[in-house]
Design a protein around this ligand. Sequence first.
Ligand SMILES: NC(=O)c1ccc[n+]([C@@H]2O[C@H](COP(=O)([O-])OP(=O)(O)OC[C@H]3O[C@@H](n4cnc5c(N)ncnc54)[C@H](O)[C@@H]3O)[C@@H](O)[C@H]2O)c1
Length: 392
Amino acid sequence: MAGRKLRLAMAGGGEGAFIGGVHRMAAALDGEWELVAGTFSSDAARNRRSGEQLGLSPDRVHDSIDALLTDERARPDNERVDAVAIVTPNHLHAPMTIAALNAGFPVFSEKPMAMNLAEARAIAEAARHSGQLYALAFTYSGYPMVEEARARVARGDFGAIRLVHVEYVQGWLSNPLDREGNKQAQWRTDPARAGLGGALGDIGTHAFQLAEHVAGLKVEALSSDVTTHVAGRMLDDDVNVLLRFEHGARGTLRATQVAAGEENGLRLRIHGEKGGLEWSQMEPNTLALRWLDRPAEIVRAGGPGLSPTTLPRQRTPSGHPEGYIEAFGNLYRAVAGALRNSGPAEGGALGEATWFPGLEPGLRTMAFVEAVLESAKSDEKWTAFPAITGSS
Ligand SMILES: NC(=O)c1ccc[n+]([C@@H]2O[C@H](COP(=O)([O-])OP(=O)(O)OC[C@H]3O[C@@H](n4cnc5c(N)ncnc54)[C@H](O)[C@@H]3O)[C@@H](O)[C@H]2O)c1
């Protein structure tokens, strides 16, 4: 693989799709990858058009993942793809991923890992059995200032961590967009294509992975409240969770897509014995630090005082936003590095340039979805509040 670009195939990401285009931009960012093959849509005409628009040779554009994998396996080494990106709706993640792994191809999959934990375990089994790399697009861990936050917690700047609060607040599903023809809304609110969780699976999984990744702590127990506000919707659109982490830390996770007017409000706050940090995805270059014994600090991407593991994850001088595409690009670069160096199939150690999210966060986020839904079935944690008024 030395001295050449890595060859990428893509499943999903046809005309009008959201995340496929982001993957293509991110993969192209460092010149490490070229897209050479794909199956972009279940609609044959749309699939062909998408391949043409992307400038692919028609014989590398296939009607199904099986046709793509069969063709790639038959190609000589100097043509065969090095990895497959899976950017379809959730119900196809497990079957496509398992097929690709079993055919001998590394996979970079979109989140959530699968529809449920059982499917996620089947992916993990296929990854371990095949020995192929499996990466998962938990994009936010690719941001430089998320790495800075993780590194500072890990080196003990804040002392033992006591509080971990994460929220992912969107408003775009405040109305039943799925009934108004919005494709992205349609599959996200359909249990047959989204999986067990609505907002929970779509953005709650991002929030959970970010919280555990930066805090360096695992959740051990939780208590949840799961609501569907939009009438007729079959999956949750609003989730509130109390979290108990290992070593006594406590926290909360909110994930909602009906906070009318909100955009992509992912925010993480972590506090230890000596101080805390705050990072917000819509201000990605800023990491705020607050201390018990001294004034607050603002640490900025591109600025002074950054940890050595943050530096390779930033691309521009200070003042230029290190955004979503760049964060995604960092994951693509890490996967490329791992493949070129024949690195571990689950990525390098945390902080290393070849680290990427893989099986463990995938499995843990799917377990989180199931635990939240299980907890929400019970009303035992609720205490009725007395109807006190001014006169009684
Ligand atoms: N990591 C992130 O930040 C992030 C952000 C958005 C979406 N996602 C994830 O990306 C995935 C796709 O989301 P989206 O918003 O781009 O959806 P989308 O509906 O915009 O795109 C899905 C694409 O998959 C294609 N597709 C469907 N069935 C197919 C099949 N059988 N074969 C080939 N292609 C097929 C569709 O034609 C479409 O092009 C989801 O799993 C979602 O959770 C992740």
